[in-house]
Design a protein around this ligand. Sequence first.
Ligand code: URA
Length: 448
Amino acid sequence: MQVKSTLGDSIAGFSTTELIAKKRDGEELPPAEIGRLVEGFVSGEITDYQMSAFAMAVYFQGMTPSETTALTLAMRDSGEVVDLSGIQGIKVDKHSTGGVGDKISICLAPLVAACGVPLPMISGRGLGHTGGTLDKLEAIPGFHVALSTDAYVRQIHQIGCALIGQTADIVPADKRLYALRDVTATVESIPLIVSSILSKKLAAGVDALVLDVKVGRGAFMKTLEDARRLARLLVQVGTLAGKNISAVLTDMDAPLGNAVGNALETREAFEVLLGRGPEDVRELTLVLGVEMLLLGNVESSEARARKRLEQALVRGRAATKMEEIIKAQHGDPRVVREHDRLPAAPHLIEVTSTQSGYVTRLDAFEVGQCSVALGAGRNQIDDEVDPAVGIELKKHVGDRVEVGTSLAVLHVRDCTHAAKTLNRIQTAYTIGTHRNASQTRVLEYVRE
Ligand code: URA
């Protein structure tokens, strides 16, 4: 970590110490001072320890929507801001705050692009119990997620969608600030989360954004109250930054769909594109797709937007669009229809129930941790992931099970370490005597 002993307190009449003290004491900071703070941090004039102190002051005192907007815009401008204005139409993206089994981007992006909305999607990698879209895309043989900015813009222009990873030039301030937040217990600050998410989306050139804010055991936000606060501030700040933005709060107590693990999830997303797939994955894809078509101004009512999306699935246009995207990004497009071309684990281990009754809970956090333990995710940012391993869930909340019923199948590389994971999956399932009413994934909408 960079530490400077003499610099950073006074830059052209601007006192970093005073600014930190103002925030510590709960004052509202003017946008120009926030802008100078970010500029000084990126140029190295403001030290990591001062920025850490600032993050902690924000953690305790919060930030107003206008301060958060100033921080978001300053962070956006810390690096390259992609110009997509040469591409016709409203460019719409979707961002999920992360969950277990969340493969929605892989079916949603081609579906929405097939309906005529240009879709620039810059995704991240998995960390901890949550998976990442880039890892899932990289399960496709040959697929490149590292495109140059020129290639990214050209591809959106030509086929309406590109699925890439963040380049080093986009929002360098976030990369450095996130690393500090990670080691100073300030990741959980809502204004810091909002500026981190939105600065990257704004730098990627979007005009409009749909946010899937997840809530529950497997999510970043564990309570509905916290998820609401995050969603409201995201929508407020996005709007103040001049973008059309809406958020959907969705349940992440149990994993989404049947598959957890990279190739397994990619395959499940392809199933949705082919008009099949688990009902909750398909439904959430359609719900978010409706929001995107409305924001993209290609349809004017929810009913018409939904119909257009359903037709793109039924008529095969969404699957064909995914093949085009994969081909453009050097992958093997045959995987969309021939799933056996995806990586597969050498061993399958069945997890059976030790009790009879109804599944009353399936703990997404535990399932996510088990997936990491099998090698599908990472604990450290530079860990390698195994695309083939993961967990196939056979039973869900509300299902009846008997002793010996198959609950899940582990897809493993090495059987010797699987016994512990098998027990953990068994305990991730809570079996009770009464059947719970089935829970809907979509909890609330937050719109400006
Ligand atoms: N995701 C981000 O991109 N940033 C955060 O701060 C938290 C989640």
